[in-house]
Design a binder for this molecule. Sequence first.
Ligand SMILES: [Fe+2]
Ligand SMILES: [Fe+2]
Length: 169
Amino acid sequence: MTLPDDGTREEPERSVAAAFTREHHQIDEGIERFLADAAERDPARRARPLLSAMEALRRHIYLEEEVVFPRLPPGPLMMSLMVMRREHGELWTRMDALAEILEDDSSAASGIVEACTELLSLLEDHNRKEEPIIYPHLDTDLSPQEQSLVRELLAGSALPEGWICQALR
Ligand SMILES: [Fe+2]
Ligand SMILES: [Fe+2]
């Protein structure tokens, strides 16, 4: 029996767009947790959610640039993808600066909150374009095989050693 096509989509967790959007939220939450945890006296323990968020963001950008973006139809998305890559470069530079502040204990108190707030606002600006303009294509323009590959990589891949985003090469 053929069911009528009522336009229902896959479950959210089967949607690659939803999985990438969820990762945006998890990354934001990690940075926010760091900002909210000013009472934590142990700097290494306090930095943990921020370091995990940055690690996740670097891998997120890697998967977008190396796996997802090259598989999208280039024509109508070309300009938007260029903007996304340029903004990845800005995010990457901010993360490098943040990592440097975190390594230098003496300046940990000064500048870190501002740097995190700046990173959050860059992310908000980036994600509010990426989610409606790029992400719908992840579910409609990637083949089922490509979608499973991306889901697999999201679930269990690491950033290759030494990889940096395309805008900074
Ligand atoms: Fe993203
Ligand atoms: Fe992105």
